[in-house]
Design a protein around this ligand. Structure first.
Ligand SMILES: NC(=O)c1ccc[n+]([C@@H]2O[C@H](COP(=O)([O-])OP(=O)(O)OC[C@H]3O[C@@H](n4cnc5c(N)ncnc54)[C@H](O)[C@@H]3O)[C@@H](O)[C@H]2O)c1
Length: 359
């Protein structure tokens, strides 16, 4: 099973121009009173996810954020405040607004501190969904730094051997620049799959492989459940003890500590739904060794991994980031495919909030 097998089928997809959809998202958000700069940051990160093939975290989600704003679950306009700060650290409050805005600010601060001190870290509390977590490390990579970000989420994953969900999908993203090669970017939920893939399976009307989710007796589910409940749970990465599920479970708790406990925003089991507490870090490579030497060794490492002979039946060996960089290259040319229902929903939302239709 290819991890990406849940892509939108080409025949159900409507291709939209990347700049047009980004402008559309900005216009929709501005129509519900999001300040222009905040709308631009959010649209940029959603478009980056769509470009990279992370469709579960892409532009289609704008309709959900608008609903959250309209229902008063988000405070708009928000103010992102620095609650505590040192030369290398910062704690931010997202102001109960768009998570993207505060996570972006956190990484900006981490990078600025790393430029001065070699390393910088920032956590965010009182935050909401930050989308594709890999976006934030790439901000550091663009500055010749190593970047890392983790975020926690409300309960959907069971602890190993647990009957009920107590952890979120708690993703980890880590990026490092290379020279001639593309950057390394590991961006992964600590569940077997991100929960958006269950949602996508529901939307496409397809079953899910055994191991993605289990009921409270531990029996594998093959129909993607409709709603979160105590009756079923996503599995930690690895699923069973034999397959390393204890490690996925441990990584999810590590994320909860860095993002939820260190920020004070709350750990997964304390969150109601839709929140993301976030931790970001930037490491200035130049504080350790000349950047060119680091990048040359990264190239050597990536080339050595790519040169691994593939097992029978496999095409080639990849490194993390390869599938998404390939998709980005293709979508920059051909446009972003939206599922027809998502396309219609974006246009309907634009009309309802009084934004011009631009796609
Ligand atoms: N904000 C949130 O609350 C939240 C929660 C969970 C996940 N997410 C996001 O969901 C997205 C999807 O997460 P996921 O866990 O389903 O990702 P995934 O399983 O699609 O990919 C995980 C990682 O594996 C790499 N990869 C894929 N195939 C590979 C191969 N053959 N060889 C080597 N590396 C390979 C990818 O480049 C990626 O870095 C991520 O962007 C994540 O940040 C967000």
């Amino acid at each position: 099973m290819a991890l990406k097998y849940l892509n939108i089928p080409e025949q159900d997809a409507i291709r939209v121009d990347m700049d047009a959809i980004q402008r559309q998202v900005v216009a929709i958000l501005q129509a519900v009173n999001v300040p222009e700069r905040h709308a631009q940051i959010t649209a940029e990160i959603l478009t980056a996810a769509s470009l990279r093939g992370v469709d579960t975290h892409g532009v289609g989600n704008v309709t959900g954020y608008v609903q959250a704003i309209e229902e008063g679950r988000y405070t708009i306009p928000q103010s992102v405040d620095v609650v505590a700060e040192s030369a290398t650290t910062a704690l931010l409050d997202c102001g109960n607004g768009l998570g993207f805005v505060a996570a972006h600010r956190a990484m900006e601060l981490a990078i600025a501190k790393a430029k001065q001190q070699g390393v910088g870290m920032a956590t965010v509390r009182n935050g909401h969904h930050i989308g594709m977590v890999g976006y934030y490390p790439l901000m550091a990579v663009a500055q010749d730094m190593i970047g890392m970000a983790v975020t926690n989420a409300s309960r959907s994953m069971r602890p190993l051997h647990g009957a009920h969900p107590r952890l979120g999908t708690n993703p980890i993203a880590f990026g490092a620049p290379a020279g001639k090669e593309r950057p390394f970017l590991l961006d992964m939920a600590t569940t077997t799959v991100a929960s958006g893939k269950l949602g996508l399976a529901r939307r496409l009307g397809v079953s899910i492989p055994e191991g993605w989710a289990v009921d409270s007796e531990g029996i594998p589910l093959t129909e993607p459940p409709a709603q979160r409940s105590e009756a079923w749970a996503q599995t930690p990465l690895g699923n069973t003890l034999e397959q390393g599920g204890h490690k996925g479970y441990g990584l999810a708790v590590m994320v909860d500590i860095l993002a939820g406990v260190l920020s004070g925003g709350g750990f997964s089991a304390q969150l109601a739904g839709g929140e993301n507490m976030t931790w970001t870090m930037a490491i200035d490579i130049a504080a350790f060794r000349p950047v060119a030497e680091f990048k040359a060794m990264m190239d050597e490492m990536i080339q050595a991994l790519h040169a691994t002979p593939p097992e029978p039946g496999a095409e080639r060996v990849l490194v993390a980031g390869d599938p998404e960089f390939d998709t980005e290259a293709e979508r920059r040319e051909r446009g972003i495919p939206l599922h027809a229902t998502q396309y219609d929903a974006i246009i309907a939302t634009a009309r309802r909030v009084g934004a011009p239709v631009m796609i």
